[in-house]
Design a protein around this ligand. Structure first.
Ligand SMILES: Nc1ncnc2c1ncn2[C@@H]1O[C@H](COP(=O)(O)OP(=O)(O)OP(=O)(O)O)[C@@H](O)[C@H]1O
Length: 276
């Protein structure tokens, strides 16, 4: 029997370097409890995506991670160290312990395969479903992300549905294995503003309903604040500040965080002007 540990993710002293010795992420530490939500925020190039990829053991070739990243499928499951894990071990972890939704859902979808077939894949692999039970689970997965006309979507190819619908399909695929941790890397940045808020509300509701941990990556503090309860601010690959959303937004300590807060406010007031 393992001791219960509430942390779905524990990152300690994470450092990411290129093979040429350039440090891209430096000595980063954070943890996310089961059912909690952390926003990773910073401007372009601050190291958010690399951090997210490192958590899944998906760093691009030519980069290596040091420090420690421990994923835990459930509070009473043993933690697994990602850094240095074999590809076989990582394949077992991805999906169940953590999954990811990227900015561009086309990266997650096969252009030559119908949506239904793609969605069936994780359900078959992780939940062992076949035949009518599998078809039912595909329809339920689409209903859960509130896609209208699931019959049409099941038969469609990715290019035949809208960007917002593709992102909902990508979310359904990520959730199919019932992960302990969902990583969302700029999941709504490519969508227009109305669709963006619909997908954010959907993500928010599904994470709450399933008690999942969420690591939400974005350059936009306004978006991060709408779905997370804690924020870690990254600059040039290092943490500059962390705290509750309330503290970060109302009482930012670091000048860089203040700039992020200001630009989020500018964005909000600009949007309000456009809506009026
Ligand atoms: N494959 C790569 N090879 C070399 N350097 C890279 C690679 N990917 C990212 N970098 C560098 O690592 C740093 C962090 O990149 P990262 O993509 O994590 O930033 P980010 O905060 O997610 O920004 P964005 O929102 O623009 O994706 C940047 O300086 C970037 O140029």
């Amino acid at each position: 029997m393992n001791a219960r540990d509430p942390r779905a993710l524990d990152v300690n002293g994470l450092t990411i370097r290129t093979d040429q010795g350039r440090t891209l992420v430096s000595d980063l530490s954070f943890s996310i409890n089961a059912g909690s939500r952390l926003g990773l925020v910073g401007e372009s190039g601050s190291g958010k995506s690399l951090t997210a990829l490192a958590v899944l053991g998906l760093l691009p070739p030519g980069m290596n991670a040091s420090g420690s990243i421990v994923l835990r499928e459930a509070p009473d499951a043993p933690g697994t160290e990602v850094i240095g894990a074999t590809e076989q071990r990582l394949t077992g972890l991805r999906g169940r312990a953590a999954t990811v939704v990227f900015q561009e859902p086309l990266t997650a979808l096969d252009p030559l395969m119908r949506i239904g077939g793609q969605l069936a894949e994780p359900l078959r692999r992780w939940r062992g479903l076949r035949g009518p039970a599998l078809r039912r689970a595909v329809a339920e997965a689409l209903e859960q992300v509130r896609l209208p006309d699931p019959d049409r979507i099941t038969r469609a190819y990715p290019h035949e549905i809208s960007g917002g619908q593709r992102q909902r399909v990508a979310l359904a695929m990520a959730l199919a294995c019932d992960p302990a941790l969902l990583i969302a890397d700029e999941p709504t940045t490519a969508l227009d503003v109305t669709v963006q808020s619909e997908v954010l509300a959907l993500l928010d509701g599904l994470v709450a309903q399933r008690g999942m941990a969420l690591l939400f990556v974005s350059h936009d503090l306004a978006v991060v604040s709408s779905v997370t309860d804690h924020v870690l601010v990254l600059k040039d690959g290092a943490a500059v500040e962390s705290g509750s959303v309330d503290d970060i937004v109302r009482r930012p300590q670091h000048p860089y965080t203040r700039d992020l807060v200001d630009s989020a406010r500018h964005l909000e007031s600009a949007l309000e002007r456009i809506v009026r």
